[in-house]
Every structure is written in structure tokens, then in C-alpha cells.
Design a protein around this ligand. Structure first.
Ligand code: DP6
Length: 323
């Protein structure tokens, strides 16, 4: 009754910001991402007859909020119900990167718990069903289930909102060099941000353009057209952050280093090195480039004062059971 899963963070090129249904996390629009090869969570779940409550241990984390534990317990409740099991579980989870800093820790963490819990009970489900289950824990977690380039379809409701692969891992050699600029957790969670999104006067206009953006990005990935792809990725990130900044109350996920890195990326592009940024709900900057340039981007990022780490990622695989 024990299993360990490894699941990646993912980076969205067309983002999920705003939900139709808050509780079941049905998004307003489809989103497109790739799984990250080098940023991940590892989670072990063991169901045991002798336990009175679920016990959760976060390795290497100084601060753990009660809410984070509750989210994990809710995953266990769902899996227990499906497997008709009453036993409580012991969970040990760890990330190889700082959580709540704009690197999709809920995506990797909660997809890993979902896959490990199903594995511990020996339950076999289709990728679609696992992705739906992970979605209930965190929207972006659904995108960490399939391998490679992934689309999360909004669907018509809870039953058909899930993620699937749109291109395989080896389709295109693109890297995401993540500049980690803080270890502090953000103040406003993305779950709260999603709720505020619709208070922005620009939200409706954003949503109206999403189907076309999703269509366009898939076409550019298919053609492997890096310049157009990068421009769209960057403008989409700014569009999402414009919604955050004009929500009521406003949310500014960036810090001074974030802006410094954004400006540097633009400067490198003008001068000699083509790359584009994208940013999730946090200050870390994801620099998107062709694989051949990833090492040089990482070298330059590390030279910027305030950048704590630069992690090179290739397109990676989705969640896996290790045992
Ligand atoms: C900004 O998945 O963290 O990373 O469904 O409430 O858990 P919940 O939200 P979450 O959303 C984060 C969205 C984003 C953009 C993206 O990855 O698409």
C-alpha cells in the first residue's frame, strides 16, 4: 500500500488565469504548456491500517501552511473514495526548488500526490482520468500528467476538462532557463488570483482572444517557428500580468529583479541572443530559448545581481510512478 511518484513542474505558454467553476477548477480557456525536465516533486504515499489521521511531512520546507496540508488531504479523500479504502496515509513530499515563487509547485506537488496515492492502492486509470483527478487538486497539476507539450482543454464542465499531449517530448528542442530570484513565498496565492481575475476591466477582452491564441501557438509549435512563438509567449505573459495588476485589489507578482531580468532578455535579443520571457504567478522569470543557447542564457542570468539560481530545463516527461 505504498508508492512513490515523481512529477514535473510545467511552464504555460498560453496561460490559465480565471475559472468558470472555482471548486472543480474548470478554466475559462484552454492552456498550452510543456513539462519541465529538471524541476520536480517527489512524493511517497503509504496507506496504513494503524494510522488515526493522515500524516504529512514536507522535506526541506521551513514554512508549511495549514491550507497546503488540507489540499493534500482532499486528494487522499478522493482517492480513498474511488478505491473504497478507509485507511489513513503517511505522506512525504519534497520539491527540488522553492515553492510559491512562480515555478508551479502546486502543479508538480499535487500531481505527484495524486499519482502516488493511486499507485499505493494499485489503481489503474487512463491518463485522461488521472489528469481530471489532478485538476481537482490544482488546475495546473492536470498539465503535469501527460509527457511533452500539453494542452489542457477547458471542456464543457468537470467531466471533460482534462489535459492531453499535443506534441511529443522530442518534437522541438526548446529550453526554459528559470531564473529563481527569491526563496520567499508569494503573498497572494494563484487560487486567490484566479478569483480576482474577473474584477479586471480587461478580463473579458483577454478571454475573447484566447481560442485564437491557443490555435496560433499550436501552429507555431508545429512549424517550429521560434521567433513568432517567442513573441506570442512573451506578449501572453504580459497580458496575464496586466489582468493581475488591474484586478481589484491589484496583484503585482514581480519584484525588482524580475523586471531587471525582463529588460536583460529584451536587450540580449536586440543584440545577439534570441530569447523571450514568460512569468507565472510569482517573481521567477522563465527564459525561453532554443536548446543550443540554454547554457549561455544560464551563464548570463547567473551574472545578474539578485538571481539566486538558474535552472536549465528541456521538454520533459509527465508524472511517473517510481515504485
Ligand atoms: C499563473 O494551478 O496554481 O501558473 O487551480 O487554483 O491551484 P489553482 O491554480 P494554479 O494556477 C496557476 C496558473 C499560472 C498560469 C499557468 O500555469 O497556466
Amino acid at each position: 500500500m505504498k508508492a512513490t511518484a515523481k512529477s514535473p513542474a510545467n511552464i504555460a505558454f498560453i496561460k490559465y488565469w480565471g475559472k468558470i467553476d472555482l471548486k472543480s477548477r474548470v478554466p475559462e480557456n484552454n492552456s498550452i504548456s510543456m513539462c519541465l525536465s529538471d524541476l520536480y516533486s517527489l512524493c511517497t504515499v503509504e496507506f496504513r491500517k494503524d494510522l488515526k489521521t493522515d500524516e504529512i511531512e514536507f522535506k526541506n520546507e521551513a514554512v508549511v501552511k495549514e491550507k497546503e496540508k488540507e489540499r493534500i488531504v482532499r486528494v487522499l479523500e478522493r482517492v480513498r473514495k474511488l478505491g473504497r479504502v478507509k485507511w489513513k496515509a503517511r505522506i512525504v513530499t519534497k520539491n527540488n526548488f522553492p515553492k510559491a515563487t512562480g515555478i508551479a509547485s502546486s502543479a508538480s506537488g499535487l500531481s505527484a500526490v495524486t499519482v502516488a496515492a493511486l499507485g499505493a492502492l494499485g489503481m489503474k486509470m487512463s491518463e485522461k482520468e488521472v489528469s481530471k483527478l489532478a485538476r481537482l487538486a490544482s488546475g495546473t497539476a492536470s498539465r503535469s500528467i501527460p509527457d511533452g507539450w500539453v494542452e489542457w482543454m477547458k471542456g464543457t464542465g468537470q467531466e471533460d476538462s482534462y489535459s492531453k499531449q499535443v506534441f511529443p517530448v522530442d518534437w522541438w528542442q526548446i529550453s526554459d532557463v528559470v531564473g529563481i530570484v527569491t526563496h520567499k513565498m508569494k503573498k497572494v496565492s494563484s487560487t486567490e488570483g484566479h478569483v480576482l481575475a474577473s474584477t479586471s476591466p480587461f478580463y473579458k477582452a483577454r478571454i475573447q482572444g484566447m481560442d485564437e491564441k491557443v490555435r496560433k501557438i499550436k501552429q507555431l509549435i508545429k512549424k517550429r517557428d521560434f521567433s513568432r512563438f517567442g513573441r506570442l509567449v512573451e506578449s501572453e505573459a504580459l497580458n496575464m500580468h496586466a489582468i493581475c495588476m488591474t484586478s481589484k485589489p491589484a496583484i503585482i507578482y514581480w519584484n525588482e529583479i524580475t523586471v531587471k531580468v525582463m529588460r536583460e532578455v529584451m536587450r540580449w535579443r536586440e543584440r545577439d541572443l534570441e530569447s523571450y520571457f514568460t512569468i507565472d504567478a510569482g517573481p521567477s522569470v522563465h527564459v525561453i530559448c532554443e536548446k543550443k543557447n540554454a547554457k549561455e542564457i544560464a551563464r548570463r542570468l547567473r551574472k545578474i545581481e539578485g538571481v539566486k539560481r538558474a535552472v536549465i530545463n528541456q521538454v520533459g516527461v509527465g508524472a511517473r510512478l517510481l515504485t
